[in-house]
Design a binder for this molecule. Sequence first.
Ligand code: GTP
Ligand code: MG
Length: 210
Amino acid sequence: MQNHPKERLYKILVIGDLGVGKTSIIKRYVHQTYSTNYRATIGVDFALKVLSWDTDTVRLQLWDIAGQERFGNMTRVYYREAMGAFIVFDVTRPTTFEAVTKWKEDLDSKLTLANGKSIPTVLLANKCDQSREVVTNNGLKLEQFCQENGIAGWFETSAKDNININEAANFLVKHIIASENDILRSVVPDTISPQLTPTKEISCSACFKP
Ligand code: GTP
Ligand code: MG
């Protein structure tokens, strides 16, 4: 059977504490720019990245959520119908790593996929241009940390030097597509599932906990 090109649209959250580099990572990924100036995001910002994925087109709608929003009451609204997430911390500030579990708990308590699983999440150890040894010395621990916290994997990144941002995004997209297929299998009996392709309704099947 011929595979027809598909259009996929995924909402992706970018969360993590204040000043860890969420906006910078998105600007680097989408616009190939970087600035040393820090202007805290207020509420949420958006960006769109379009990728070719085999014969398909993948549109990533990136939700850049301000670090201070963890203390607000809007994250439930922002998380709605997201299909994947990056949680970012700053390798030079240990408190931002401690906040990773808090962000993950906030995410899991407010959003699950239609099959009850949490959305694919990738951890970004950002600003690795400043302190490579922090991550190198803790690499094994980070692997274990991800497993224990239901995180698909981690990357050391630098928005400044453009390190690993494309790689991390491709890794997340792969996991999103796998989770989408997982949802399809749980919705459609195996015998007929090979003939079906994900529909928009099913690709947006993250549900909103009251
Ligand atoms: P909020 O919007 O307040 O939640 O912060 P944010 O996570 O969006 O941080 P932002 O991207 O604004 O970056 C904060 C500061 O860190 C800025 O001064 C950036 O220039 C700097 N920064 C971001 N990424 C990197 C990086 O990879 N390396 C270095 N050295 N600095 C970075
Ligand atoms: Mg920001």
